[in-house]
Design a protein around this ligand. Structure first.
Ligand code: NCD
Length: 455
C-alpha cells in the first residue's frame, strides 16, 4: 500500500495518460481482483467515488460503482445530470470543484463535449476518470478491451484487430486505435460507408506511431466487409511490410479479434443518417476462414450489428468482456486513489498548455468543451511541433489554426513558419488570428522598431 492520497492527483483522461508498463501492471492487479472479487473490501474503505453522468450509461457507470463497492468504498451517483444544478446553469468547472472539494475522493465523468474530462481535471483536487467525452475518448473501456485481449490472446503486440462499424463517432474505437498502435498491433478498419476513422485520428496515428494506411483486400472477411472499403493501419516499417503486402495492398489472412460497434446515432447529424444497411456480423460471416480463431468483441450496447445467433459461438466474448470491466476498474480506482502501487516508473509528465489570449476561439471543433465552458475555461493550446509552429487544442486535441505568432516578452509578431518563432520561450507564445488581432493586443511586426527602446 502506498500513501493515503496523492498530493497532486493523477487523472485518467486519455489512454495516452497510461504507459504500457502501467497497463501491464493494471492487468496483473485486475487478474488478482477477478480471482475472488469479494475479498478486497479492505482496499478502499472510507473512500467515495462520484459518478457524474451527463449522458446515458449502463456498463460504465455500474461497473465503476460495483468496483468501488467491492473495494470497500462508497458511491455517489448523479446518473441523470439534468436533475442536478446543470439545469440552473451551473458550469462543469463549478460542479467539479464542489464534488471534488469534499464530497468524493474520485470523480467518474461522462459528458457529451469533447475534452470535458480534461477541463474537469484542471479544476479537480481529486482524480478525474474520463468515462467518455463525446466522440473523443473512452480510456477505461479501452483498458477493459486491452485487458480482454491480454486474457484471451496472451499478448497485444503484433495482433491483427478488425475495427468495424461507426469508426467516425465511436470514442471506444478512437482510444482503442491509439492504444493498439502504441502496443504495435495492426488495425483492419472495416467502416460503415461514410463513417470512416476521422482524419485527425489517422493523422495522429501516422505522426506519433508511424502508422501507414494501406488499402486492404478484405474479401476473406466474407460478408462483414462486402459493403466496405477496408483499410489496414500498421505501425510496421516499410521493409517489414514488403514481406506481406504487394501492389494491391494487404490481404486479410487471419485476424485475432473483431471489434464491432453500434451506429452512434446520438452524434449523427440528420444529413449523415444513412439509408444503407448497417454492417452486420451474422453466423454466416463467422464462417469466414479469416475469422477462424478471432474473438468477437463489442463495447456494448449492441443493436442489430451482431445477430443474437452469434452469442452462442465460443468466439463471442462480449459478455465476458463487459464482466471484466469490474476487475479492471477495481484496479484503476485503487491505483488512482493511491491504494495500490504499480511499481513501474512514472511516465513523462504531459506538456503544459497555454491560454489563447483573446479573440475568436481557434479550436475548429464545434463539439469541444472550450465552446461552451467559456466563463471558466477559455481556449488553451499545447505545441505539437515547433518549426513550423503547430498547436492543438488542449481539451479536444484537434489541431488549431492561427495566422500569426506573437512573443509576449518582445511584443513582436511573426509568421508561424518564421525562424524567430523557434526562439520564443514556450510561456511567451501568443497565438494570433491575424494582423488586426495582433495590433489590437499591442503587438508590432518584427521589422518595426520597438517604441519603448531608447533612441
Ligand atoms: C460505449 C460508449 O458509451 O461509448 N459504451 C460503453 O461504455 N460500454 C459504446 C457505445 O455506446 O456504443
Amino acid at each position: 500500500m502506498s500513501q493515503d492520497h496523492p498530493a497532486s492527483p493523477r487523472h485518467l483522461v486519455s489512454i495516452d495518460d497510461v504507459s504500457i508498463e502501467e497497463m501491464h501492471a493494471l492487468f496483473a492487479h485486475a487478474d488478482r481482483f477477478a480471482g475472488n472479487p469479494r475479498t478486497f473490501a479492505d482496499t478502499c474503505p472510507g473512500f467515495i467515488s462520484a459518478s457524474l453522468f451527463y449522458e446515458p450509461s449502463t456498463r460504465t457507470r455500474l461497473s465503476f460503482e460495483s468496483a468501488m463497492l467491492r473495494l470497500g468504498g462508497g458511491v455517489l451517483t448523479a446518473a441523470e445530470m439534468t436533475s442536478s444544478s446543470v439545469v440552473k446553469g451551473e458550469s462543469l468547472a463549478d460542479t467539479i470543484r464542489v464534488v471534488g472539494g469534499g464530497y468524493a475522493d474520485v470523480i467518474v465523468l461522462r459528458h457529451p463535449s469533447e475534452g470535458a474530462a480534461r477541463l474537469a481535471s484542471h479544476f479537480s483536487p481529486v482524480p478525474v476518470i474520463n468515462a467518455g467525452d463525446g466522440s473523443l475518448e473512452h480510456p477505461t473501456q479501452t483498458l477493459c478491451d486491452l485487458y480482454n485481449l491480454h486474457v484471451e490472446r496472451g499478448r497485444i503486440e503484433g495482433l491483427d484487430v478488425v475495427l468495424a462499424g461507426d469508426l467516425k463517432y465511436s470514442r471506444t474505437v478512437h482510444s482503442f486505435a491509439f492504444a493498439l498502435a502504441r502496443f504495435g498491433a495492426n488495425i483492419v478498419c472495416v467502416p460503415q460507408p461514410g463513417f470512416e476513422l476521422p482524419e485527425y485520428v489517422v493523422k495522429r496515428l501516422h505522426e506519433e506511431f508511424g502508422v501507414e494506411p494501406i488499402r486492404a483486400d478484405a474479401r476473406r472477411l466474407g460478408n462483414l466487409a462486402s459493403n466496405s472499403d477496408a483499410v489496414y493501419l500498421t505501425p510496421q516499417k516499410p521493409h517489414q511490410l514488403s514481406l506481406f503486402t504487394d501492389a494491391r495492398g494487404w490481404e486479410v489472412q487471419q485476424v485475432d479479434a473483431v471489434y464491432m460497434t453500434r451506429p452512434q446515432t446520438e452524434r449523427h447529424s440528420s444529413k449523415e443518417m444513412s439509408e444503407t444497411q448497417y454492417l452486420r456480423l451474422e453466423k454466416r460471416a463467422m464462417a469466414a476462414e479469416s475469422l477462424r480463431d478471432a474473438v468477437v468483441m463489442h463495447p456494448l450496447p449492441r443493436r442489430d450489428e451482431i445477430s443474437d445467433e452469434v452469442d452462442a459461438d465460443p468466439r463471442s466474448i462480449y459478455f465476458k468482456q463487459a464482466a471484466r470491466g469490474v476487475p479492471i476498474r477495481m484496479a484503476i480506482l485503487s491505483w488512482l486513489l493511491g491504494r495500490i502501487d504499480l511499481d513501474v516508473p512514472l511516465p513523462k509528465a504531459a506538456e503544459p498548455s497555454l491560454a489563447v489570449p483573446s479573440g475568436p476561439n481557434p479550436c475548429p471543433n464545434p463539439s469541444c468543451i472550450s465552446r461552451t465552458e467559456t466563463r471558466h475555461a477559455g481556449p488553451r493550446f499545447h505545441v505539437i511541433s515547433e518549426t513550423p509552429l503547430r498547436a492543438a487544442c488542449a481539451y479536444c486535441t484537434r489541431e488549431i489554426s492561427f495566422g500569426l505568432v506573437g512573443c509576449s516578452s518582445t511584443g513582436v509578431y511573426h509568421a508561424p513558419g518564421a525562424a524567430a518563432v523557434g526562439q520564443i520561450h514556450f510561456h511567451h507564445l501568443v497565438l494570433l488570428e491575424d494582423e488586426a488581432a495582433a495590433v489590437r493586443l499591442g503587438f508590432r511586426p518584427s521589422a518595426a522598431p520597438d517604441p519603448s527602446a531608447r533612441a
